[in-house]
Write a protein that binds this ligand. Structure first.
Ligand code: M6R
Length: 611
């Protein structure tokens, strides 16, 4: 949800900034802009509607030697995508330029106050108010002006600011939106997340809420926004490889990330399974008082979108095998409810980005009420990861395609490990623990087997790309996979789809079924297979077309279904991990068949850091 970048150093600012925007483009891609600064000269600022390549192209004819600059890729919240609404925004005097990720909640009040004082606004954004507010307090020192201005600001922000009249520094500030600083010899890089820094430096500082940074070419200071006191922060070293953020021969990140799933499962489970004892070893949970974990009487899983469906898969696993009652709540709902929490309730937040505003707000609410807070988070050092009492990282690596695939798979795998971890503290026998872990360890090879269906699924996608509606059905562990399959085809291919529990079909959706409304059944040979088969008969009786995902060797559906995709046999609780893969390939190839940019679906942003 908006990508921000900044540079100060000996190099050419524009080169890093454009590269950073390209890597951050998944965060927003309706417009982009850059502003660069050289002492004694006017700030040069260019903005373009559309993707980063439009901005990049427009910079080709001029020379860009400046050593200080800021840049932004936008996901519109206030004001349509247009050049005037694109960032950077600037003040009346053309002195202060800034880029912003977040939302200024009290911008209307501030704007009307500043307009009365004579400030002229050019855009419809909430962000522009910040440029004028800083202008109001600016004399000759940028950080002082920013500190004074931020005292009046309510909302969320990651801000990167430059001033023509204080040209040897960049000032940054953070509240509720992510920001990372990267340090190399004679250069400092600023970005929304560390993927932009790969190849430039591995020394980073994650900014915390309420912090401001004053960055010069060779130095930095971190201050408290509240009282201007100095905060001591030393860079951490991060591990990330350039290949993690490149397409590696695939046409789309989406396909690359689906095909990475076997490796992702290996990474998510590496060193975390003691097979011979049937125990999961999760260092992130071992830091807690184990009695507190043992005494958990209820888990509330909080997440949004796909992560909430992973939470539902986790709910089935935890209830069935660890014997713990679980509820799954959407972050956007939980934060406004009056949740009943006690010291034996654990709140477990699931998030790929670790920055989702609704999940984060719910987490903070749960903390305030004294619940034990846990996380299953992919992005290391993200706000949710740092705000929970303990948690487990997914180790799925950077997920660049906007639609979540490999991270979702890793979330389910981590849930399986957490189930064994918590289950073995309770009633789960060593035999059951061993059986689950043995099956988890086979998953990478089983996913590889599913991926061999690639050509078959691509052909199916061609066959079905012309349909305008789909119904996805699943039961028990695979009910959430029906939701996830429907969400993926909506977001990647812009085809209307509904995900339903199989048993719910006769309570309404069956009215829609005819030859133009294909149904995707997730029907492995499991404890509810016969029920799913009956649902198929009902669809067949109404001339509905059926695509079935079922277990290898199950040939008895050939009379009912139009098309079949086979997945290998595994433990029932792990079937969602295999069943998801064909649904991902199907959605991807339907989108590609329709000529869409499946990495960057319209209107979406990778991490939803606003409400
Ligand atoms: O980063 P998070 O996992 O917290 O994001 C949650 C959702 O925004 C995300 O899963 C979203 O639904 C994706 N578009 C799914 O592909």
């Amino acid at each position: 949800m908006c990508g921000i970048a900044g540079y100060i150093g000996d190099g050419v600012a524009k080169d890093y900034l454009i590269n950073a925007l390209k890597r951050l483009e998944y965060r927003g891609y309706d417009s982009a802009g850059i502003a660069v600064l050289e002492k004694g000269k006017e700030v040069r600022c260019v903005k373009k509607v559309g993707k980063i390549k439009e901005l990049d192209e427009s910079l080709k004819d001029e020379e860009w030697k400046e050593n200080v600059g800021i840049a932004h890729t936008r996901w519109a919240t206030h004001g349509i995508p247009s050049e005037k609404n694109a960032h950077p925004h600037f003040d009346c005097a053309g002195n202060i330029y800034l880029v912003h990720n977040g939302i200024i909640e009290n911008y209307k009040i501030l704007k009307s106050m500043l307009e009365k004082e004579g400030h002229i606004f050019r855009s419809n954004t909430d962000t522009e108010v910040l440029a004028h507010l800083i202008e109001k307090y600016f004399t000759d020192n940028l950080e002082e002006a920013v500190l004074n201005a931020l005292k009046h600001v309510e909302g969320a922000y990651a801000l990167v600011i430059i001033a023509k009249e204080d040209p040897d520094k960049i000032v940054v500030a953070k509240k509720s939106s992510p920001m990372v600083l990267g340090f190399a010899e004679g250069e400092t890089f600023i970005a929304s997340d560390s993927s932009a820094l790969v190849g430039y430096t591995d020394k980073v500082i994650y900014m915390d809420d309420g912090e401001m940074g004053v960055i010069t070419k060779d130095d930095y200071r971190i201050l408290s926004i509240e009282d201007s006191s100095e905060i001591e922060k030393k860079p951490d070293t991060i591990e990330m490889d350039l290949s993690d953020i490149q397409k590696n021969g695939f046409d789309y990140f989406l396909l690359k990330e689906i095909f990475e799933c076997p490796e992702v499962i290996r990474n998510s489970t590496r060193g975390r399974m003691i097979l011979e004892e049937g125990l999961a070893k999760l260092g992130g949970l071992e830091v807690l008082d184990q009695n507190r974990l043992r005494n958990i009487e209820r888990i509330i899983i909080i997440a949004c979108g796909s992560a909430s469906y992973a939470g539902m898969v986790g709910e089935y696993m935890l209830e069935e095998y660890a014997g713990i009652p679980v509820e799954v709540e959407l972050g956007s709902e939980f934060r406004y409810r009056k949740p009943i929490l006690d010291e034996n309730t654990a709140v477990l937040v699931v998030s790929q980005s670790g920055e989702t505003a609704d999940s984060l707000a719910s987490l903070l609410e749960a903390k305030r009420k004294g619940a034990l807070t846990l996380g299953i988070v992919n992005v290391v050092g993200s706000t949710i990861a740092r705000s929970t009492d303990a948690g487990v990282y997914n180790h799925a690596g950077p997920e660049i395609a906007v639609a979540s695939t490999k991270a979702f798979i890793s979330q389910m795998v981590v849930f399986a490990l957490v189930t064994v971890y918590l289950g073995r503290m309770r009633d789960m026998s060593v035999v059951t623990g061993k059986r689950i872990l043995a099956e988890i360890s086979k998953l990478p090879d089983l996913v590889d087997e599913v991926l061999k269906e690639n050509d078959n699924i691509r052909d199916l996608a061609k066959k079905y790309a012309g349909y305008e509606n789909f119904l996805y059905l699943g039961r028990k562990d695979n009910c959430p996979i029906a939701y996830e399959g429907a969400l993926k085809i909506k977001e990647i291919s812009y085809i209307h789809a509904e995900g339903y529990a199989g048993g719910e079909m006769k309570h309404g959706p069956i009215a829609m079924i005819d030859e133009n409304f294909p149904c995707v059944f997730i029907a492995p040979k499991d404890s509810v297979y016969d029920k799913m088969r009956s649902n198929m008969e009902e669809v067949k009786a109404r001339n509905g077309k059926i695509i079935a995902i079922t277990t290898k060797g199950n040939e008895e559906l050939s009379d009912i279904v139009s098309d079949t995709i086979h997945i290998p046999k595994t433990l029932e609780m792990l079937t969602p991990i295999l069943a998801c893969i064909p649904l991902y390939l199907f959605a991807a190839y339907v989108g590609i068949e329709k000529g869409l940019d499946v990495d960057k679906p319209r209107n979406l942003a990778k991490s939803v850091t606003v409400e």
